[in-house]
Design a protein around this ligand. Structure first.
Ligand SMILES: *[C@@H]1O[C@H](CO)[C@@H](O)[C@H](O)[C@H]1NC(C)=O
Ligand SMILES: *[C@@H]1O[C@H](CO)[C@@H](O)[C@H](O)[C@H]1NC(C)=O
Ligand SMILES: *[C@@H]1O[C@H](CO)[C@@H](O)[C@H](O)[C@H]1NC(C)=O
Length: 494
């Protein structure tokens, strides 16, 4: 770390924010609001927003990334509400026709009954996080096992006729797929029971959508910045920091950009996705991060879900239909069912397709698990074909048209994300880490007027660093604001 050389290729500034997703933007806006301008917000890609990613389609927009703003009483929710960006429309998820493999629609009462059972089991698990001392066998288990054992206990107790029991199992299986997608985890067995209740919902409608598009809030935030401070298309390749007991350098952090430029700063806020950090922390940081941060990055979970939009130009469904959900028979014999032979292996990881608001003929499919990885390797036309066969299979109609256009997300293969969002794993419990571990600033010590002062030199922000709102945009926003305020407190306001 030779900081003595000073040439046109190097620059000294107050603070660098890496990543212009919602957390990085929130941090930058917080600095601007305090009239602090000695910062750079550096983004690897050619656009801001990160996992908020609205793309124009026909005369409207489609969301490749974040879909909903959960609740409206978070800081971000209130801001979006004040700016008039939120739609009055409240949408649901996983609605519409629940189709069985024989083409029949599932009985609605059974769907509600099973949804309730699953909801109750999960609500029970929420209590564990708040009662650390609770003595309960399930605390040491994982969400997948707890759900399964309690659901089968319930089935046994009900002693329903076999066809009812089978139907309930099919609905339960749909719920599992839904939860795998909702939590962006490969398997519910990876989810911690102990920490399940850490996640807190924000008051207000659970599924707010934007009047125009999600990126409208991103556009607003960018507008609040001094444009010279935002640098796009510029990957950071290395973050070198001073880990000595007493800071040696005036500027204790040096970052190297892919264009070979070097920036030295008092402090760096890193908002890269947890997926990126998992993959690159050993080469990205020099020296390595302190043990707690390293362990948190290793053990917090970061999974993959993707979205598939199918545009049919004209709807082939009735106007009142909100979506198509797929229920699979579970018995082993079904795997050899010859009718299933034509189906692509990835379709079993979909929950179904929802009709998209403001687009008359677009369906949105959510996919998790292995299927989410598989579709990243397929062409759009292959996905269209596979979906055509799937819809024809469930609706028993060989005249259903194929989509004219497919748009899918590929969050796993994007090197700057490597997945979708974070979850708290069982391994976090065992190693004693949580999003708060990652949010803890890394401090340096400096002697000033014979007094030691602690200064934050590296800080993490982003959805994976919020103890209660991980996996959300409003959580990511709060972490950016919080870390920027810590910087201001130590370097500016005193
Ligand atoms: C949140 O949404 C509800 C329902 O739409 C509304 O009544 C309330 O005023 C909103 N809250 C804020 C802070 O805007
Ligand atoms: C889930 O857990 C298994 C076993 O520990 C692990 O191999 C896998 O990578 C985990 N998946 C995720 C997404 O964390
Ligand atoms: C099958 O789908 C086609 C195209 O949407 C439609 O015209 C036809 O009525 C459907 N057939 C049945 C039996 O529902």
């Amino acid at each position: 770390m030779d900081l003595s050389k000073s040439n046109s290729n190097s620059e000294n500034i107050g603070i660098v924010i890496i990543g212009a997703g919602i957390a990085g933007l929130a941090a930058a806006v917080t600095l601007e609001k305090s009239n602090y301008r000695d910062y750079k917000l550096i983004e690897a890609q050619d656009h801001v927003g990160g996992r908020i990613c609205s793309i124009p389609h026909n005369n409207g927009w489609l969301e490749k990334g974040a879909q909903f703003l959960h609740g409206n009483e978070s800081t971000l929710g209130q801001l979006a509400q004040e700016l008039g960006l939120i739609s009055d429309e409240h949408v649901g998820e996983g609605e519409g026709l629940y189709l069985q493999e024989n083409g029949a629609e599932m009985n609605k009462d059974l769907i509600l009954e099973v949804d309730d059972i699953v909801k109750n089991i999960l609500e029970d698990c929420e209590k564990f996080a708040n009662n650390i001392d609770i003595e309960h066998n399930d605390v040491e288990d994982n969400i997948g096992n707890v759900l399964e054992s309690r659901f089968y206990k319930y089935l046994k107790m009900k002693n329903d006729p076999i066809f009812v029991r089978n139907a309930k199992e099919e609905i339960y299986d749909w719920n599992i797929r839904f939860l795998i997608i909702d939590n962006a985890c490969n398997s519910l067995e990876n989810l911690s029971v102990k920490s399940w209740g850490k996640f807190k919902a924000v008051n207000g409608p659970e599924h707010n959508i934007f009047e125009s598009h999600y990126s409208s809030i991103v556009d607003y935030l960018v507008g609040e910045l001094n444009q010279d401070n935002l640098i796009l298309n510029t990957p950071v390749t290395k973050v070198e920091w001073d880990d000595s007991n007493e800071l040696t350098y005036n500027k204790p952090v040096t970052i190297t950009l892919q264009n070979k430029k070097i920036i030295s700063a008092d402090c760096v806020i890193i908002t890269c996705s947890l997926g990126f950090l998992k993959e690159s922390q050993l080469t990205f940081f020099s020296p390595l991060l302190p043990k707690p941060h390293r362990t948190a990055i290793e053990n917090l979970g970061f999974g993959l879900i993707n979205k598939i939009y199918l545009d049919f130009d004209e709807p082939w469904w009735e106007p009142h239909i909100k979506g198509f959900q797929f229920l699979w028979k579970l018995s082993k014999n079904e795997e050899n069912n010859p009718l299933r032979k034509k189906l692509a292996p990835w379709v079993y990881d979909l929950t179904g397709f929802d009709v998209v608001q403001n687009h008359k003929a677009v369906l949105l499919g959510w996919i998790g698990g292995k299927g989410a990885q598989i579709i990243e390797t397929l062409s759009e036309s292959q996905v269209i074909q596979d979906c055509k066969i799937l819809f024809r299979y469930f609706l028993k109609n060989d005249s259903l048209p194929e989509a004219n256009k497919c748009i899918k997300s590929c969050w796993g293969s994007n090197r700057y994300f490597k997945g979708s969002y974070s979850h708290i794993t069982k391994k976090c419990d065992i190693t004693g880490v949580s999003p708060a571990t990652l949010a803890e600033p890394i401090w340096g010590k400096r002697i000033k007027n014979n007094l030691h002062e602690n200064l934050p030199i590296l800080m993490f922000a982003g959805e994976a660093t919020h103890e209660n709102y991980y996996s959300t945009t409003h959580g990511a926003y709060d972490t950016g604001v919080k870390q920027a305020n810590i910087f201001l407190k130590h370097f500016v306001t005193k």
